[in-house]
Design a protein around this ligand. Structure first.
Ligand code: MF3
Ligand code: CO
Ligand code: CO
Length: 311
């Protein structure tokens, strides 16, 4: 298909193509004037996806969501996180796709496994799941060069009241953020919605690790803080922008510590529990489209229950 995306003729008073909400003449027109150094290829903001690129992201995210539906039932007492990693690796590569985390900045595995007091970026290994654990599985798949990224917190047997509430809070806060945004909203609306839910529960929101733009590149602009950040929060969510919302909610302090040996695993500073959910979102002209919805996982409005003790 011929790409006509650079052939649009905008008048000076039209809204700029970049989604800033400013008039073209006040925004990118100057850079495109005759004699300007920008090339035609540089005129399209790479963060703003056209229909072809949106479909590529839809596909990558659909594959990643299928993988989430596949792995959920393996999360049972006795399985090691390394065994989960090999299942993920096998499923992905046998379909001709690539686990994005494997080798990413030296990360050694095909997913992140973050149990209990681990906030994020846990490395699969010898840890054996036990009754009462909660564990976040964060999956990212590269499909034909595009990234799908999502995570869920799962229960291993019956869990504590606190673990249940924390998981619900993380899930509800992610959906509150999705429901709070529309085309041209500011990023700060995401952090406001998440913080309001966390406050209701009496839990805290992690600050150092954030959502992110996503596409051909795993982590790209914009930053998506899960708290109301005055600076990053000014970014506009224009139609065509693709990004993640992935609130990490802590039972105690929001502060975290990095593992001194592996330099990846992030723990809560006070050793209390942390829970997280993540979706990849495409902002469209009519509102946010959640690209990583699963067929069998928790849907918007889900109420978590602790699995019953086996008699
Ligand atoms: N999937 C994580 C995210 O949501 C990033 C993991 S990067 C890794 O952004 F290297 F730790 F795997
Ligand atoms: Co992410
Ligand atoms: Co992720």
């Amino acid at each position: 298909m011929k790409d006509e995306s650079n052939n649009r003729k905008l008048g000076p008073n039209d809204a700029c193509w970049c989604g800033s909400g400013k008039k073209y003449k006040k925004c990118h027109q100057g850079a495109e004037a005759p004699g300007a150094t920008s090339t035609p290829a540089a005129r399209k903001d790479p963060l703003i996806l056209d229909e072809f690129e949106r479909n590529a992201m839809r596909k990558a995210c659909r594959v990643n969501a299928e993988l989430m539906d596949y792995i959920r039932d393996f999360v049972q007492p006795g399985i090691t996180t390394r065994e989960i990693d090999s299942l993920i690796h096998q499923w992905t590569t046998s379909r001709g796709h690539t686990p994005a985390t494997l080798g990413y900045r030296g990360f050694p595995a095909s997913l992140c496994t973050s149990p209990n007091q681990v906030v994020c970026h846990g490395i699969p290994g010898d840890y054996k799941l036990r009754d009462g654990d909660i564990i976040n599985l964060d999956l990212t798949t590269i499909v034909e060069g595009w990234h799908g990224d999502q995570s869920e917190t799962l229960f291993v047997g019956p869990v504590s009241e606190e673990a249940l509430a924390l998981t619900q809070c993380s899930f509800d806060s992610m959906w509150a953020a999705i429901d709070a945004i529309k085309p041209f909203s500011k990023v700060i609306e995401i952090g406001r919605a998440i913080s309001a839910v966390a406050k209701q529960y009496g839990f805290s929101v992690v600050k150092e690790y954030q959502g992110h733009g996503i596409g051909r590149v795993f982590h790209q602009k914009p930053h998506i803080p899960h708290f109301p950040d005055a600076y990053q929060g000014q970014q506009i969510l224009a139609p065509g922008l693709c990004f993640t919302i992935e609130p990490m909610i802590n039972a105690g302090t929001w502060k975290t510590v990095l593992d001194r040996k592996d330099h990846w695993t992030v723990y809560t500073a006070d050793g209390r529990l942390s829970a997280q959910f993540e979706h990849t979102i495409l902002m469209t002209e009519t509102g946010p489209e959640v690209l990583t919805v699963t067929k069998r996982g928790p849907q918007r409005g889900h109420k978590f229950v602790s699995p019953a003790t086996v008699a």
